[in-house]
Design a protein. Sequence first.
Length: 292
Amino acid sequence: MTVQAKTAQTKIAVLGVGVMGAPMARNLLRAGFDVHVWNRTRERAEALAAQGARVASSPAEAASDADLLITMLTDGPAVESAMTGSEGALTTLPSQAVWVQMSTVGTSATQHLAELAGQRVAFVDAPVSGSSEPAERGELLILASGNRALRPRVQPLFDAVGHQTLWLDRVGDGSRLKLVLNNWLAVLAEGMAETMSLTTALGLDPDQVLETLSESPLGSAYAVTKGHAMVQHDFTPGFPLRHAAKDITLALSAAGHHEIDLPLTEAVLKRWDEAIAGGHGDEDVAAAITAS
């Protein structure tokens, strides 16, 4: 059997086709997979039908006869709700299927979801690093952790949505690494917001400052990109601020569990909560500058 034929016979259920889930589903369709989608807001799922996705009315319907199931939802409770109950995916997901949990839900929720999978289905923890633009291009970084024996089964899926897969052996280490990376992202984004505010206050040209940073070892491609968005007040959501705030809240929770302090992250969250309260929660993380 050719790779294309095998891919076409692999049914993937995608639960959650929002900012990240929709482009991931599109890339799976382009790769030739049989993709079934479900979303709490049905209209978002139906938008994928013209591209070949089959729209399910419930998680259970999407999961029926699936070989692989992806959850890409807002948080732990949303994932659990989609997987359990009379219409939950676990009621119909075949025992030989693999549940690929790609939402950012934190360490405690990941452990709980792995236990929920239990002996019913195999479980891979695989959050992604990247925003909507790399998701559209199939250039996400997949932070995968789980049983080594499952890797050949899920790698074609990861190859369709990402440019690199980083495998870790211990289930949950993918989610742990995601918290670390997003904590660093938060520090960079807030640092740039305050830098741009200081630049303006001192009467300097923001574009010149950003050009200087981009040509310096001090520069970060991510931070400079966000800096340009801040200067242009272009807050088109690639990574919504409220989702970023949720992620650093999870990082703070994990830090508290291990009895360490993250005072800088705490300060960032306080500022971001101000921006969210000001109506910028659904805008890009670059909107953090509105509170600076």
